[in-house]
Unconditional design. Structure first.
Length: 327
């Protein structure tokens, strides 16, 4: 019987060729697609913080991650259409900012995981069944409006002894403020205060709102945040100083521009926390198994320059409690 022997040099050549091919060929990588739905217009520092948080968790844009942004530019009626666009791409996970964006995403899909941030109250808004057991495909970070609003009113009362008439500035076209207005009314009633609600959607309405507050003799002003009013934060601070109205905000930036106080969640920490939810989901976790969490870190900032311009004295106890005092 004749046996055919393959020359050793041929075998060695084939092996070396195979090794060379397997080591030099780059492994195929599937880019994870993350959809991000914002109610406002770019540019926005929120997106930068979110991307940095993802990078720290190993999700690099252009390497293993592709980010699909959709901006509603304060046209909130566009959110359902933009959410549908992201779902149809499709994306592997959908991140939303604000209650209206989360609601639009939930209506657009029941299968793609959704991570929400900056929502008023996820349970009351019908986004999740409960915080501990969200159910469905949505999880993330939910604020506690009642606790925060009550604290803001109390801080105003510390600054304005005997405070009884409080103005509340909000954007009536922003769906996310509906719950905030309701909670503010309930808290004010419990504290024996009278609220004066004034709405504004543009600068002209903003000036009219301050005129109305002056007519009803409002003694202080609470501003309910929404993406549009944040564009007028410097004007709001200026108008409040002109009318000698102490102000309290939900976000830090208006106080840096002349507002008196802010008491609210640390939005940077909220964004970073939302990124950890995205990381867990991309690694196999299911939204229904990830409890919705409330922010644990809050910040209280006082602008002493504004207090001086208003002719008021901030009690030493408040200055001691402040995380930062702008002098």
């Amino acid at each position: 019987m004749r046996c055919t022997t393959i020359p050793f040099i041929v075998i060695l050549g084939v092996v070396l060729l195979w090794i060379s091919h397997t080591t030099s060929a780059p492994p195929s990588k599937k880019l994870v697609r993350i959809g991000v739905l914002f109610p406002h217009a770019p540019p926005d520092s929120t997106a930068d913080v979110f991307e940095q948080a993802l990078q720290q968790l190993g999700w690099m844009r252009g390497q293993n991650t592709f980010l699909e942004y959709r901006w509603a530019a304060e046209q909130y009626e566009r959110l359902p259409q933009l959410a549908t666009e992201l779902v149809q791409l499709p994306v592997d996970v959908l991140v939303t900012m604000s209650t209206p964006a989360a609601q639009a995403a939930k209506q657009a899909t029941t299968t793609i995981p959704i991570v929400m941030m900056f929502v008023s109250d996820a349970v009351d808004e019908g986004l999740v069944v409960s915080l501990a057991r969200p159910g469905g495909n949505l999880t993330g970070v939910s604020s506690a409006y009642d606790d925060l609003i009550g604290k803001r009113l109390e801080l105003l009362k510390e600054v304005v002894p005997g405070l009884s008439h409080v103005g509340v500035l909000y954007n009536p076209r922003f769906p996310g403020t509906v719950l905030a207005v309701r909670e503010t009314q309930a808290m004010a009633q419990a504290l024996g205060m009278t609220l004066h609600l004034v709405g504004a959607h543009n600068y002209r309405e903003l000036t009219h709102a301050f005129t109305a507050l002056q007519q009803v003799r409002a003694e202080a002003l609470m501003v309910l945040a929404d993406p549009l009013l944040l564009r007028f934060e410097e004007a709001i601070a200026r108008l409040a100083i002109e009318r000698r109205l102490p102000t309290i905000f939900e976000e830090r930036s208006p106080v840096e521009r002349g507002g008196l106080m802010v008491y609210g969640v640390n939005w940077v920490e909220v964004i970073r926390h939302a990124a950890t939810y995205v990381n867990k989901i991309l690694k196999g976790a299911k939204p229904t198994d990830l409890p919705v969490e409330r922010p644990m870190k809050f910040e209280f900032v006082v602008n002493l320059k504004t207090a001086q311009a208003l002719g008021i004295t901030i009690p030493p106890t408040l200055l001691f409690l402040a995380d930062e005092v702008i002098r």
